[in-house]
Ligand binder design. Structure first.
Ligand SMILES: *Cc1c(COP(=O)(O)O)cnc(C)c1O
Length: 239
């Protein structure tokens, strides 16, 4: 193994241990939580090494970086998640490689995703990104719809050709009533997921938790954690 692959293997093992410990503490089975490795800012060679090491889900947040990387890794058995704020002019490109878009937060984006998914003859899984620090009828600083906007957006996705409503995603807020209270934030997301599943029972993905707060997410009931830094190292710049 190369030094880098060794390093990634060691980091992955540590993250795996953390997830397992969090599952045990929460009385959950390890198979209830899926690890998504966030490879943003890191090269395709790292994605390839991670795939060799058994990673099956990767996430990216900028189309400019993700698109060539996904093209270089098209032979790998990976599921690609798009987790960044998405402009409608990037939707055609993103639909070319993303199996899931976790950052759906406005109706215009749903319309664009549906149109391009149909054109590409692909089915794109959609998570509604929830901003727990946004006022009603507002969007979050880092994207996301306020809790009151979930229902309408979910119905729109569920009825849109080419799209599949898979669940909810959030990033722990830095401001507002949930600042510094990750577990409370993730528990709120779980409650919102319970509400959503009353009308959309199959939309059972709950994507929450990153390197710093994956334990709180698992404790709250997250089905997917998105881990970047703890696997790949500290990013050279904010990405
Ligand atoms: C970068 C990113 C992550 C991973 O964050 P780390 O702190 O590096 O684990 C998770 N979710 C989203 C939406 C991100 O942009």
């Amino acid at each position: 193994m190369t030094d880098r692959k060794d390093e990634l293997a060691g980091n992955l093992a540590k993250v795996e241990e953390r997830i397992t410990a969090a599952c045990v503490a929460a009385g959950r089975g390890r198979e209830e939580v899926t690890l998504i490795v966030v490879t943003k800012t890191y090269p395709a060679a790292d994605v390839r090494a991670l795939s060799d090491l058994g990673v099956r889900h990767v996430a990216e947040n900028r189309d400019q970086d993700a698109s060539p990387k996904a093209a270089e890794c098209v032979d790998l058995p990976l599921t690609w998640h798009f987790v960044g704020q998405l402009q409608t002019n990037k939707v055609r490109s993103v639909v070319g490689y993303a199996d899931l878009v976790q950052s759906v937060d406005r109706s215009k984006l749903v319309t664009a995703l549906s149109k391009e998914a149909v054109r590409a003859e692909r089915e794109v899984g959609c998570l509604i990104q929830v901003a727990l620090d946004a006022g009603e009828n507002e969007r979050g600083e880092r994207g996301g719809v306020a809790p009151g906007g979930i229902g309408k957006l979910a119905d729109l996705v569920a009825g849109a050709p080419g799209l599949r409503l898979d669940g909810l995603m959030t990033v722990a807020p830095l401001t507002g009533e949930y600042a510094g209270r990750q577990q409370a934030a993730f528990e709120r997301l779980m409650d919102l997921s319970t509400d959503l599943r009353r009308s959309h029972p199959a939309a059972n993905m709950v994507s929450a938790g990153m390197s710093a707060d994956l334990e709180q997410a698992v404790a709250a009931g997250a089905t997917h954690v998105r881990v970047g830094t703890a696997v790949l190292g500290v990013r050279p710049r904010l990405g």
